[in-house]
Design a binder for this molecule. Structure first.
Ligand SMILES: Nc1ncnc2c1ncn2[C@@H]1O[C@H](COP(=O)(O)OP(=O)(O)OP(=O)(O)O)[C@@H](O)[C@H]1O
Length: 591
C-alpha cells in the first residue's frame, strides 16, 4: 500500500501486543537499580497503608472500647510518624520515576532519529515528513505514562492485591470470597472492551499522523498557498482531516470510558455481596463493627489497585499503537546498506562507468534502460533532455542513493556496491536545485561541507566561488545568522553559499543539478563563475540548464526515455540536427 499521501492511513506491520510490550519494557532493564529502589519504596508505602486499617481497628475495638486514652494517643503518634514517612517516600518515588521515564523516552527518540538518518531515499520518497515527525514527537510522548506506570502501578498494585487478599482470607474467608465474587464479571467485561478499543486507538493514531503531515506540508508551502490564494481550499482539507481526527478520538474514547464503569460496577457488586454475607449469612452485628469497618477498608484496598491496574491496562491499549509505530520504523531496514566485507573507497581519481544499467523506482515503470558510458577523470558531462527523461536518476545512482536493478556502476573500477557508502559519498559533492541552508551562521552553513574546515579554508572556498564579496556585505559577514532555509537571502546568494559549501568539501566527483531560477545579470555572472570554479579539475555531472555550462562541457549526454540518445560536444550535436538540436533551438535560440 502506498503511504505517500497525506489523507491515506499508513500501513503498519501487524505485531502481537505482547511482543511490542516486551520490547518496550526492555528499555527499562537499563534502569534496574532505579526500579529496585522504586519497588522498595513502594513496598514500604504499601506496607504502611496496609497497617493503617489494623491501627484503626485496634484503636476502636481495643483502646476506645477500653477507654485507654494514653495508649490511644501513642497509637495516633505512631500512625502520624508512619504517614509522614509515607508522604516523603511518595515524593521520592515520583522524582525517580519522572527521571527514569524521561530518560527512556530520550533514548527511544535518539534511537529513532539516528535510525531515520540512515534510511534510504526510498523511505523518504514514500511518506510525508509530517508523518515521520509524528512518530518522533507524538508517538514517543505517548509512551511516557505507559513506562512510568509500569513500575509504579504494575508491581506495587499487584503486590497490594495479593497481600490484601491473603489478609482478607485469613481474617474471614467467607467475607473474602463474597467480596471477590464479581471478579470474573470484570475480567470478561475488560476483555470485551480491550479488543475493540485497541483497533480504535490505532485508527486514531493514523488520523493524528495524517493531520500532522498536512499541517507540516501546508506550513512548508505557505508561500505557494498564499500566492495562489488557496487558503480556503487548504482550510477545507484541514477541516476534513480535523473531523476525521476528532471522530476517531470520540469513537476511541467512548469505548475507553466503559473500562472504568466495568470496574466500578464490579466493585459495587463485590461490596454489596460482602455486606449481604456479613449481615444475612454470618449474622455479624454491633459487637463486631471494627471487623466490618476494617473489611470495608480492605475491599477498597483490593478494588483500588484493580482500578489502577485496569487504568494502566487502558493506557497500554490507548498508547501501544504509538510503540507499534515507533518499532515499525526501527525495524525498517535501510535499502541501501553496506554489504558485509565492504572496503573503504581509496582516494577517487574520477573515472565513472555505467555498464548496462537498468533501473526502476517502482517495479512496473522502468526509468533507465540499458545505459552504458565511461567518463574519464576530470571530464565535465552535461546531462540534458526533456523533463522526466532520467537525468536526476542517473546522478542518484552514481552516489548510490538507489541500487541499480541490472548492470553495474563503477568508480575507478570499484563497483559502488563493494565500497562503504560513507567512504564513497564523502568524496562526492552533490548540489541539488534546492540549495538547502540551515538556520545558523553563514560560516556554519559553509562548514557543513567539511566539519573540520578552518575559518581560512571557509573564506578561501567562498572566494573561489565568488561568494566572499556579498558575504562581507552582510550585517555580520561570515557570522551573520541565517533564517530557516536562508529565507533572508536572495536565490542567487543562497546558491553562492551552497557552492562554497560544496567547494570546501573538496569533492572528487561533483554532481550539480543546476538551478533554473532566473537571477539578476550581475549575480548570474557570479554564479556562472562559481560553477566554473567548482567544475575545475574534477569529474563533474551537471544537469545543465545554462547555455554557458552546456557549451563548456567536455561532452553532452542527451537523455530521453531512460536512454542516452545522443552524445558529443555542443557543435557536434547541433550538426546532427537531432533531439539536442531541437532542445537547443526551443530553449536558446533567442539568447
Ligand atoms: N522517487 C521517485 N519515485 C518514483 N518515481 C520517480 C522518482 N523520482 C523520479 N521518478 C520518475 O522517474 C522518471 C525520471 O525522473 P528523473 O527525475 O530522473 O527525470 P529528470 O530527467 O531529472 O527530469 P527533470 O528534468 O524534470 O528533473 C520520471 O518519470 C519520474 O516520474
Amino acid at each position: 500500500m502506498s503511504i505517500n499521501a497525506i489523507k491515506e492511513d499508513e500501513h503498519i506491520s501487524s505485531v502481537s501486543k505482547k511482543d511490542t510490550l516486551v520490547r518496550l519494557f526492555k528499555y527499562l532493564l537499563a534502569y534496574r537499580s532505579t526500579i529496585f529502589s522504586v519497588i522498595l519504596i513502594m513496598l514500604t508505602t504499601v506496607a504502611i497503608s496496609i497497617i493503617n486499617p489494623l491501627l484503626i481497628e485496634r484503636a476502636i475495638d481495643v483502646h476506645i472500647a477500653n477507654k485507654d486514652i494514653k495508649r490511644l494517643l501513642m497509637l495516633i503518634g505512631f500512625a502520624l510518624g508512619l504517614n509522614i514517612i509515607f508522604i516523603l517516600l511518595v515524593k521520592l518515588r515520583m522524582y525517580l520515576m519522572a527521571k527514569m521515564s524521561n530518560d527512556v523516552l530520550l533514548r527511544i527518540r535518539q534511537e529513532l532519529y539516528t535510525h531515520i538518518q540512515k534510511l534510504s531515499f526510498n523511505f523518504f520518497d514514500s511518506r510525508p515528513t509530517g508523518k515521520i515527525l509524528a512518530r518522533i514527537i507524538g508517538d514517543v510522548n505517548s509512551l511516557k505514562d505507559v513506562l512510568s506506570d509500569s513500575v509504579t502501578t504494575l508491581i506495587p498494585d499487584f503486590v497490594t492485591i495479593v497481600a490484601v487478599v491473603i489478609i482478607m482470607l485469613v481474617k474471614n474467608w467467607r467475607l473474602a470470597l463474597a467480596s471477590l465474587i464479581s471478579l470474573p464479571l470484570m475480567l470478561c467485561g475488560l476483555w470485551f472492551i480491550e479488543t475493540r478499543s485497541h483497533v480504535r486507538w490505532r485508527i486514531h493514531r493514523k488520523k493524528s499522523s495524517n493531520l500532522n503531515a498536512f499541517i507540516h506540508e501546508s506550513l512548508s508551502g505557505i508561500r505557494i498557498i498564499q500566492s495562489f490564494t488557496a487558503e480556503n481550499e487548504t482550510e477545507e482539507d484541514f477541516d476534513h482531516l480535523l473531523k476525521e481526527h476528532r471522530g476517531s478520538f470520540i469513537s476511541a474514547i467512548l469505548i475507553n470510558d466503559a473500562f472504568f464503569s466495568v470496574v466500578d460496577i464490579s466493585w459495587g457488586l463485590g461490596t454489596i455481596a460482602m455486606y449481604f454475607v456479613a449481615v444475612k449469612v454470618l449474622g455479624i452485628g454491633a459487637g463486631n463493627v471494627g471487623t466490618l469497618i476494617s473489611f470495608g477498608m480492605y475491599i477498597g484496598m483490593f478494588w483500588r489497585p484493580i482500578m489502577n491496574l485496569s487504568n494502566f491496562y487502558n493506557k497500554i491499549i490507548t498508547n501501544i499503537s504509538g510503540a507499534e509505530r515507533i518499532f515499525d520504523i526501527l525495524d525498517t531496514k535501510p535499502e541501501i546498506e553496506d554489504r558485509a566485507n565492504v572496503i573503504e573507497m581509496p582516494e577517487i581519481k574520477g573515472e565513472v562507468t555505467f555498464e548496462h544499467v537498468s533501473f526502476a523506482y517502482d517495479e512496473d515503470t522502468p526509468v533507465l534502460n540499458d545505459v552504458s558510458f565511461v567518463v574519464k577523470p576530470g571530464e565535465t558531462i552535461a546531462l540534458v533532455g526533456p523533463t522526466g527523461a532520467g537525468k536526476t536518476t542517473i546522478v542518484n545512482l552514481i552516489s548510490r542513493f538507489y541500487d541499480v536493478q541490472q548492470g553495474n556502476v563503477y568508480i575507478d573500477g570499484y563497483n559502488v556496491k563493494d565500497v562503504s557508502i560513507e567512504s564513497l559519498r564523502k568524496q562526492m559533492g552533490i548540489m541539488t536545485q534546492d540549495n538547502f541552508l540551515f538556520s545558523g551562521t553563514v560560516k556554519d552553513n559553509i562548514r557543513y561541507g567539511r566539519l573540520d574546515a578552518k575559518d581560512e579554508e571557509i573564506i578561501e572556498a567562498a572566494k573561489a566561488v565568488n561568494a566572499h564579496d556579498f558575504i562581507m556585505k552582510l550585517k555580520d559577514g561570515y557570522d551573520t545568522e541565517l533564517k530557516e532555509r536562508g529565507s533572508g537571502l536572495s536565490i542567487g546568494q543562497r546558491q553562492l553559499i551552497a557552492f562554497a559549501r560544496t567547494m570546501v568539501s573538496m569533492p572528487k566527483i561533483l554532481i550539480l543539478d543546476e538551478a533554473t531560477s532566473s537571477i539578476d545579470t550581475h549575480t548570474e555572472l557570479l554564479v556562472q563563475q562559481g560553477i566554473e570554479a567548482l567544475l575545475k579539475g574534477r569529474t563533474s555531472f551537471v544537469i545543465a540548464h545554462r547555455l554557458s555550462t552546456i557549451s563548456k562541457a567536455d561532452r553532452i549526454f542527451v537523455i530521453d526515455k531512460g536512454k542516452i540518445l545522443e552524445e558529443g560536444t555542443s557543435s557536434e550535436l547541433l550538426a546532427k540536427k537531432g533531439l539536442y538540436y531541437d532542445l537547443y533551438m526551443a530553449q536558446f535560440k533567442n539568447i
